[in-house]
Design a binder for this molecule. Structure first.
Ligand code: SAM
Length: 243
């Protein structure tokens, strides 16, 4: 029997998880950006600003924004003069991103459908690899981390921002209630899709705590691995270097 993996709180086969994650993002693509604002009260913009400040993109650098979706993080890095490749497994998310980039008159971006677990890029192709709110949706996370390491140049940097359950007792209970009851209902009203938002919340609760994920990043070969938790680990910026 094939090993089962979590799709939110359900156990499914790895193939089924990949198919269902695809359905989630195809379904939410058009309303994804407005839902991000509603779900986080606009906070995701501050988290992304802080993330990009940590990455410190420089003019002319080649950066891979993996699971880049509709381009929020890539746009911030392109504005600093980096060449950003926005890669995502979901073509619908990338299409929304391309239209947004056009409307903003942004250049310096390439768009590519890619599975984070098996990239088509050559080894040592990028100065930095970023993945924001993406890795918890990947079925084989160690494989994605190994690929991140492979496509980075020596001296390249890895940055990942992801949700997890917060360690602050009162806040964590409050957030959990808000997330479990309110977000799927808002998803129903705004995006006509309660199930996708229920999955997104369950996957946050299930993602490894910062210390455990940090060990996975180290296992992939990165050094100077660091985790910077915010709001008790509700959101954490992970980083590491390839030497
Ligand atoms: N990084 C963007 C942001 O912060 O706004 C988008 C994040 S969105 C929550 C997660 C993205 O991960 C989706 O666009 C989804 O298609 C993508 N994704 C899920 N599994 C993936 C995989 N195996 N490889 C590449 N992208 C994947």
């Amino acid at each position: 029997m094939t090993e089962q993996v979590n799709f939110g709180d359900e156990l499914v086969s790895p193939e089924e998880k990949m198919r269902r994650v695809g359905e989630v993002f195809s379904s939410v693509a058009r309303r994804y950006d407005v839902m991000n604002d509603l779900m986080s009260g606009g906070m995701h913009r501050l988290w992304k600003d802080r993330f990009v400040a940590r990455v410190k993109p420089r003019p002319g650098e080649d950066i891979l924004d993996m699971a880049g979706g509709t381009g929020d993080v890539a746009f911030r890095m392109a504005r600093r003069g980096a060449h950003v490749t926005v890669a995502d497994i979901n073509a619908d998310m990338l299409e929304v991103g391309k239209s947004r980039a056009e409307r903003r008159g942004l250049t310096g971006l390439s768009w590519k459908v890619e599975n984070a677990e098996a990239l088509s890029f050559a080894a040592a192709a990028f100065d930095a690899y970023t993945i924001v709110f993406g890795i918890r949706n990947v079925t084989d996370i160690p494989a994605a981390l190994r690929e991140a390491y492979r496509v980075l140049k020596r001296g390249g940097r890895f940055y990942c921002m992801e949700f997890s359950a917060s360690d602050w007792p009162g806040f964590s209970t409050l957030y959990d209630r808000y997330a479990s009851y309110v977000i799927p209902k808002v998803g129903k009203v705004v995006a006509n899709d309660e199930d996708s938002y229920r999955y997104l919340i369950e996957s946050i609760r299930r993602f490894p705590k910062p210390a455990a994920f940090r060990a996975m990043v180290t296992e992939a070969g990165f050094i100077r691995v660091n985790a910077e938790p915010m709001l008790g680990g509700l959101v954490t910026i992970h980083s590491g270097w390839k030497i």
